[in-house]
Unconditional design. Structure first.
Length: 118
């Protein structure tokens, strides 16, 4: 899982360029979207591609316009193999992990492959 200080996150009113820069810096192909330090969504590289394919005027877009609200999450005490099953069932590449304090981190499918879980 990406460390808390390394996980890419932006505010819900972040500009499109801020989202892309955070996603690029985080090197996970996704950026988490927050409001008042609470997770409200995720933007993946696929979300960006679909947005670009469907809209010609993107200058005024902000994170909340692009994000997937209420993204898939698991609790931090979930077994890794159950996280793998969760990713497979939903056909997703990113999984947000929450702890009891609602702090969050991001797991990419490549993290699971690197650990030999997939």
């Amino acid at each position: 899982m990406a460390q808390a200080n390394a996980r890419p996150a932006v505010a819900e009113n972040a500009s499109l360029s801020e989202c892309i820069l955070a996603m690029t810096k985080g090197r996970l192909g996704a950026v988490l979207v927050t409001k008042d330090r609470t997770l409200v969504g995720i933007i993946t590289d696929g979300d960006l591609r679909r947005m670009l394919a469907n809209h010609s005027n993107i200058g005024s877009f902000v994170a909340r316009d692009i994000m997937t609200p209420d993204p898939s999450t698991i609790q931090s005490d979930t077994l890794a193999i159950d996280g793998v099953d969760y990713i497979r069932e939903r056909k997703i590449n990113h999984l947000i992990v929450l702890n009891e304090d609602n702090d969050f981190g991001l797991v990419h499918i490549q993290d699971l492959i690197k650990e030999g879980l997939i």
